[in-house]
Write a new protein. Structure first.
Ligand code: ATP
Ligand code: MG
Length: 265
């Protein structure tokens, strides 16, 4: 996705010298990285490398001890998760999080609920036209995303008890309803078989192609990362060990030693 002509473009995400300490442990140590607009970037590293901590910093759940975070060239380091969400950031979780008591479709409808808009509570109470048309738009958009994710047939099923592959797609669909600019996926292929992981990746690639969404994904499934990412960053003990194309990362001896060796242990 990145080419020399893109070098001047403002990255969708930029981290500069980010540091996070937990007591004596440097979970992140001067981590700098960029995700270009429309790029699917993979983040790999052994257990404890700092991947989830990095996601927490990007999404605003954790304020770093040092360094800064920029989205689209704007510094967001001190922003709340909610404010970042309004700026176009969405995330899925290592342990999949869907609202089990709601249907698949309702999981998507609540995602866009917070957008609110004109009319407020009074419009809600009297069912004002602005409210009704917004409601219609929301359902239409949810329908579009359900179709794109292959979830139409189960839109009225309760989300609790769905197989993990489907639950991950529902979580993804919910993240896509508001057309995020930047999507963070924490171990999206975890628990999925090869076919399910392929379907998940196809949805993500389709959204990137259609909307120019930028994606940063953490994943232990190295073949998945090599196949579906434009670029890969390897973290090791809280530091960026290497970054490059999937083939460069695959053939990098330091990555092989630190990651492939450690994950085999
Ligand atoms: N809340 C916390 N309190 C103390 N230490 C923490 C906390 N969260 C993470 N750590 C430590 O920070 C380091 C990075 O952890 P993190 O969860 O970010 O790793 P990870 O790369 O996501 O690992 P995994 O692949 O197992 O999910 C680890 O040494 C971990 O023990
Ligand atoms: Mg993690």
């Amino acid at each position: 996705m990145s080419s020399p002509a893109d070098d001047d473009a403002v990255p969708a995400l930029r981290l500069v010298d980010v540091g996070v300490r937990f007591g004596g442990i440097a979970a992140l140590d001067r981590v700098s990285l960029e995700v270009a607009a429309g790029e699917i970037c993979g983040l790999i590293g052994a257990n404890g490398a700092g991947k989830t901590t990095l996601f927490d910093v990007i999404s605003g759940l954790r304020v770093p001890d040092s360094g800064k975070v920029e989205m689209d060239g704007v510094t967001v380091t001190g922003w709340s998760p909610h404010r970042r969400a309004r700026a176009g950031l969405r995330r899925t979780f290592q342990r999949v999080q869907v609202f089990g008591w709601l249907t698949v479709e309702e999981n998507l409808l609540v995602a866009s609920e917070w957008q609110g808009g004109g009319g407020g509570v009074l419009a809600d109470l009297v069912g004002a036209p602005s409210r009704r048309s917004r409601e219609r738009d929301r359902r239409e958009r949810a329908g579009e995303v359900l179709a794109h994710c292959g979830l139409e047939a189960i839109r009225h099923r309760q989300a609790a008890g769905l197989p993990i592959g489907t639950a991950r797609l529902v979580e993804l669909a919910r993240a896509l309803v508001d057309r995020p600019k930047l999507l963070l996926l924490d171990e999206p292929a975890s628990g999925l078989d090869h076919a399910e992981a392929g379907r998940f990746a196809a949805v993500v690639e389709g959204v990137r192609d259609a909307d120019g969404t930028s994606v940063l994904l953490v994943e232990h499934d190295v073949p998945f990362v090599l196949e579906h990412c434009d670029r890969v960053v390897a973290l090791h003990l809280g530091q960026v060990l290497a970054e490059g194309s999937p083939t460069e990362i695959r053939d990098n001896p330091a990555v092989r030693d630190a990651y492939l060796g450690a994950s085999a242990a």
